[in-house]
Design a protein around this ligand. Structure first.
Ligand code: AMP
Ligand code: MG
Length: 534
């Protein structure tokens, strides 16, 4: 009898898709396989640092189970339960625009598909639990700093209402891991850690691209059928015989979901950082939190990823276009199942229309407008986004401040502007009289526009505050929690997670978590720039 005995697994991915006949950890190509079975590597001294209670509850884990040694061992790769069927997924991907061939889960090990109390299945996946046959020359491990970042951000995104994979737990392994954080010839030992990630599935665009590129069309079809049947059941034909139209409809739905998720990123100021096709979920979830970042001063050209600092392929303002580019690669991969380029083209054309309408609606809500009047509101938006870049202006605080701008007649210009002041990083120098004058004239237009709809200021504020978060996972906040954790005090992680649970509601006593980036963080590693080293 064990405390985890009640956990029921239904491992459909491994039951229904072709396995690699060579379950060895030695790197090898695995033609025709969708996965390679692998056990996680046991660790020296596992210790759970934090559990996300909402995820535990979704999975039906009890307080007794969470407190048990078995749970600690399960989420750190030291215990594989009898019902599990652990494996690394085989996939390929386009990295920074170039086809990279077979990649696969090099440091993620799927444990199994847990049946939740409401009858859903959720895959438990350990990130950093040791080598797999897809690790190539790397170690399959993860360090504490990047694990904290993934753990906190995936939960923060969930609470922000952004589709995302989840994180059940963050643990130390007790092992030390060597990393050259800046790739500058200064390797150092860092604490090893494991995040237990949770999602219905971790299938990626690259999962389809690899078999398609290798001419493994039966496997490609098997994967597509599996994905549609399990995750897009409304598209699965009643007679069980998918047609080219079934795959086109599936593609169109992935197009739609991807567009919606990226609109959410643009709404909250999230920069993924590595939008390679192996890092895009077939379920439209935000997946693989690596060198991501949050816009502090609004700058569409910003990317946190130092590996991408020259081309800035994955900068904030480029995310919508990259989503489309990645979807085009997915479309190419699905072509053998559809064999109708026009049908696929039509589906991806839907990206632009869907993205634009969702994006417009998102901007409408961020501005507190009831309707989008394109003739008036397009220029209003464009002017605002220009102004936001003319001086360093905190995106998050700007929208919260705008919600408090009064539309009263006769209010003095300074009083009307006052709620926005806090959003400026260097108001004394950067907010010149000229810029202030342009903001005042923009506010005249904005106020007139709001009044034309007759919305009451209080109602507008509430509506805006419901879509414009006050608390986001600011890069420097994560870094402060990491600094503390590396000294053995994990309270910063717990506190940050707690604040991020209610990102839209002002939390008394938590003002520091809503504060704009302090000066010291402007150019500190981990705050304004991150490498892929993790
Ligand atoms: P990423 O860009 O972080 O999603 O990773 C790209 C590829 O590199 C994936 O196949 C990962 O599994 C693999 N990878 C990244 N870091 C490691 C590591 N420390 N050990 C093994 N494989 C890794
Ligand atoms: Mg990845």
């Amino acid at each position: 009898m064990t405390v985890l005995e009640s956990l029921e697994f239904d491992n459909r991915f491994t039951a229904e898709l072709p396995a690699d006949p060579n379950p060895s950890n030695v790197p090898h190509q695995a033609p025709g396989a969708m996965f390679t079975r692998v056990d996680p590597t046991p660790t020296a001294a596992p210790e759970v640092i934090s559990v996300a209670d909402e995820v535990a509850e979704m999975l039906g884990l009890t307080a007794e189970q969470l407190a048990s040694d078995e749970f600690r061992d399960m989420v750190t790769g030291n215990l594989v339960l009898p019902g599990m069927d652990s494996f690394a997924m085989r996939y390929g991907g386009h990295q920074f625009g170039n086809w990279a061939g077979q990649l696969g889960d090099g440091r993620a090990i799927n444990l199994g598909e847990l049946v939740t109390p409401d009858g859903q299945r959720q895959t438990l996946q350990l990130k950093g639990a040791g080598r797999t046959s897809y690790s190539r020359t790397a170690d399959g491990l993860a360090v504490l700093r990047s694990s904290i970042r993934e753990y906190l951000c995936s939960e923060a995104m969930f609470h922000l209402g952004v589709p995302t994979t989840r994180a059940l737990s963050l643990s130390l392994t007790g092992d030390q891991v060597m990393r050259d954080m800046l790739y500058d010839g200064h390797p150092a030992l860092e604490p090893g850690a494991v995040v237990c990630r949770v999602a219905p599935s971790f299938i990626r665009f690259g999962s389809f691209e690899l078999p398609a590129s290798m001419g493994e069309f039966d496997e490609l079809r098997a994967l597509a059928d599996f994905t549609i049947r399990e995750y897009y059941p409304e598209l699965w034909p009643a007679d069980g015989n998918p047609t080219p139209e079934t795959y086109t409809a599936f593609y169109a739905e992935v197009v739609k979901r991807t567009a919606e998720t990226i609109v959410h990123w643009q709404r909250v100021g999230f920069v993924h950082g590595v939008m390679n096709t192996d890092n895009l979920s077939i379920l439209g979830l935000t997946i693989d939190y690596g060198p991501y970042g949050w816009l502090e001063n609004y700058d569409p050209n910003w990317t946190p990823n130092t590996t991408d600092r020259h081309g800035k392929r994955y900068r904030f303002g480029n995310q919508p276009g990259i989503g489309q580019w990645n979807l085009a690669q997915l479309g190419n991969a699905l072509y053998p199942l559809v064999e109708d380029a026009d049908a696929l083209q039509l589906a991806i054309d839907g990206y632009v229309t869907h993205f634009q309408s969702q994006h417009q609606d998102m901007m409408r809500s961020k501005l507190g407008l009831a309707e989008w009047d394109a003739d008036r509101d397009e220029p209003l938006m464009v002017d605002m986004l220009d102004l936001l870049q003319d001086a360093e202006t905190d995106m998050t605080l700007f929208y919260r401040g705008l919600a408090n701008v009064s539309t009263d007649d006769g209010i003095a210009a300074d009083d009307r502007f006052a709620p926005l002041l806090d959003a400026f990083y260097v108001p004394d120098e950067q907010l010149t009289d000229e810029l202030r004058g342009r903001w005042d004239s923009w506010l005249d237009t904005y106020v007139a526009r709001v009044r034309s709809e007759g919305t009451d200021d209080g109602e507008r504020r509430d509506a805006m505050n419901a879509v414009n978060p006050l608390y986001v996972m600011r890069n420097y906040l994560a870094q402060l929690a990491i600094d503390k954790s590396e000294t053995g005090d994990h309270s910063g992680v717990t506190e940050l997670l707690d604040v991020m649970r209610n990102p839209y509601v002002e939390q008394p006593g938590k003002e520091e978590f809503a504060a704009k980036r302090p000066d010291w963080a402007r150019s500190r590693v981990g705050c304004s720039m991150l490498s892929c080293s993790s």
